[in-house]
Every structure is written in structure tokens, then in C-alpha cells.
Design a protein around this ligand. Structure first.
Ligand code: ISE
Length: 337
């Protein structure tokens, strides 16, 4: 079966997914697209040469003959299309975050449970990255003992959008660490604290405080510090190191080849954040499409994972107000997930 997709939102990440689907995924076709800005939809068609119908509203797109909806719009515009898609019993692949606050995540969870079918996969693509997967295998094998503490770095060369604000450092960027760390540690979060380091004078977004340091504490006591910047200038740089009772596991510093010549040892580091996780983006969509095509239960990050991330992000944004630790509490996990 060829899965017919409707795409909502035609920005940078949509482009990455469209090119990938067109090139590598034979059993899917993007048949309809919609963007609030018509010119963005037209440009995507022009640049990628997909043969898709341009729709003029979310309702029009959802009522097309499609099997699944792909949501790549702004983070604060996910709720409406997700609820509408669930109502029409369509599968949804939504970019992270599920929605930008925990209250709205609960509406999605309630709707999904009432339909009694898992319809949603959230684009926490790092779970599909082979290096993070190896880290998880190492951690679950017990080779490094119980995890005690960790260090992460999440640096973007320049802010992802011109409207990127202080809170987006959490609900757009750090949301990836929130998801991957609870997946790696298999533990829940206890508290979170955000601190602001010295402001980077090269940061051009007036409403963005950059850089920030997040300290997250797990229920079992482990602590992980994450250094966040949207203004590294030098390149897109993601690091994760977990220190256990008897060993350490970490991502390769830069998954690219090393060159030695002219008295230098060097590695390329890309400025574009869509490149580092290229394979992970491919694998997450492939998994989603294959499961939809075979009517198998979805396996990727769920609405519940989206909810965990949103509760944690809400607490971090609260901590940004006075830079003090904030306690975190979650609802009981429904049996459905
Ligand atoms: C962007 O929206 C992403 O999702 C990237 O993966 C992340 O690294 C970047 O910081 C975000 O702004």
C-alpha cells in the first residue's frame, strides 16, 4: 500500500522530510500540502518538484483522500490539526514538541484514548539515531553500572527562527534532551533548574537570553547538566555523556571523519542543524510509514512521551523566571500507553 500523506507547514524541517520521502520512501506520497502562507507551499512544490495539491485550510487538507497527516508547522499551531486528524481517524506524524504546553497534551491524549487506537508519533528523532541507540544498549546492559550523572551540549549556530525567544530554548531545543534523557535513564524527573550564563553579545534575537544551563534531577537521584546555546557561530554541536558507577558512555564528539595534514588534526562540523540527525530523520519516517502501511501499532515516541516532555518543559520555563529549582509531577500513565 502507498501511504497518502497530507503535509501541514512548509518550512525547513518540512523540506528535510519531503526530500527524504521523495528520494528514499517508495511506499509514501505527499498528495496534499497546506501552509498559512501560500507562497511557502508554492515554494516547497517548486523547489522539491513534488506533485501535491495545495490546500487552503487545515479542514480542506484533512478531508482529502489521505491516510496520515504530517505536521511541520510552528510549535504553537499543532493542536488544531492533531485533534482534527484524530477526529477523522487519520494517523499523525507531528514534529516535536507534541504541543507547546502540558494542558493541551492532555486534550490530545484524551482524544486518542477515546478513539482506542494509537494514531500519533512525535518527531523526537534522536531515538532513531544509531549512536543514541548504542548508548541505550550500553546503559541497559549494565556495563557502566547505574547512571549517576551526565553532561550534554546542544549548540545551534544561529537561532532556528527570527522569533526564537528565551522559553524556546526549552520548548524547542532542550525538549530533545528532555525526551532522550528520560528514554536513556528509564527514570522520571524530580526537579529542574535553569540558569542564565553571561549573555552572548553576538546573539541578535532581542527576546532570547543565550546561553542557558539546565540542571535536571531524576527521581533516583542522578543529575544531568545541559549547556544550551542558539548562537555557537562555529557549528551545530550536540554532545551527551553519561557517567555511571563503573564507566562512561558518550556520543562520538562529532560523527564525521578526522583529517590530519599540515600540522593539524581536524573534523568538519556543519552549521545546518538538519544535517547531524539526517539518518535519524530518515529512520523515524520510514518506521512511521511502514507501520501505517501495514496497519501495525505505532512504535515511535507517543503522545504520552510528548506529555512528559511538555510537563518538564513547563517546569523549566517556570524556573527561568527566578532561576530556582522547580519540582516536577506527572499524572499517572494511562494503561493505553
Ligand atoms: C530545532 O527546532 C530542532 O528541532 C533541532 O533539532 C534543534 O537542535 C534546534 O535547537 C531546534 O531549534
Amino acid at each position: 500500500m502507498v501511504v497518502k500523506l497530507g503535509l501541514i507547514g512548509c518550512g525547513a524541517i518540512a523540506r528535510t522530510h519531503v526530500i527524504n520521502i521523495k528520494k528514499n520512501i517508495k511506499n509514501a506520497k505527499i498528495v496534499a500540502i497546506y501552509d498559512l502562507y501560500l507562497t511557502a507551499a508554492q515554494k516547497l512544490i517548486e523547489d522539491t518538484k513534488i506533485e501535491s495539491k495545495i490546500c487552503y485550510s487545515i479542514d480542506e487538507l484533512i478531508n482529502e483522500n489521505i491516510d496520515a497527516v504530517m505536521i511541520c508547522s510552528r510549535n504553537d499551531a499543532h493542536l488544531e490539526p492533531i485533534l482534527k486528524a484524530i477526529h477523522h481517524n487519520k494517523y499523525v506524524f507531528t514534529e516535536k514538541p507534541l504541543v507547546d504546553n502540558a494542558k493541551d497534551c492532555k486534550k490530545i491524549i484524551a482524544a486518542e484514548i477515546s478513539g482506542n487506537k494509537r494514531l500519533i508519533q512525535v518527531g523526537f528523532m534522536r531515538r532513531y539515531d544509531p549512536f543514541y541507540q548504542e548508548m541505550k544498549t550500553e546503559m541497559t546492559s549494565g556495563n557502566i553500572g547505574e547512571p549517576l550523572m551526565g553532561y550534554c551540549r546542544h549548540f545551534t549556530t544561529h537561532p532556528a527562527t527570527s522569533y526564537f525567544k528565551t522559553e524556546n530554548m526549552i520548548n524547542d531545543a532542550f525538549i530533545h534532551e528532555i525526551d532522550i534523557l528520560h528514554w536513556l535513564f528509564e527514570d522520571r524527573y524530580q526537579s529542574i533548574q535553569v540558569q542564565f550564563a553571561r549573555q552572548n553579545s553576538l546573539n541578535i534575537n532581542e527576546q532570547l537570553y543565550d546561553p542557558q544551563i539546565v540542571t535536571i534531577k531524576f527521581k533516583k537521584g542522578a543529575i544531568v547538566n545541559t549547556y544550551l546555546s542558539q548562537n555557537s557561530q562555529y557549528g551545530y554541536d550536540v554532545m551527551c555523556q553519561i557517567i555511571g558507577e563503573k564507566g562512561i558512555v558518550q556520543l562520538p564528539d562529532m560523527p564525521s571523519i578526522e583529517t590530519r595534514y599540515n600540522q593539524n588534526i581536524s573534523r568538519h562540523i556543519d552549521k545546518d542543524w538538519t544535517k547531524r540527525f539526517d539518518l535519524a530523520y530518515k529512520l523515524e519516517i520510514k518506521d512511521f510509514i511502514n507501520r501505517v502501511a501495514r496497519e501495525m501499532p505505532l512504535h515511535g515516541p507517543s503522545s504520552w512521551d510528548g506529555y512528559i516532555a511538555a510537563v518538564t518543559a513547563d517546569a523549566a520555563i517556570q524556573s527561568q523566571k527566578n532561576q530556582k529549582p522547580v519540582q516536577i509531577s506527572y499524572d499517572k500513565k494511562p494503561d493505553f500507553y
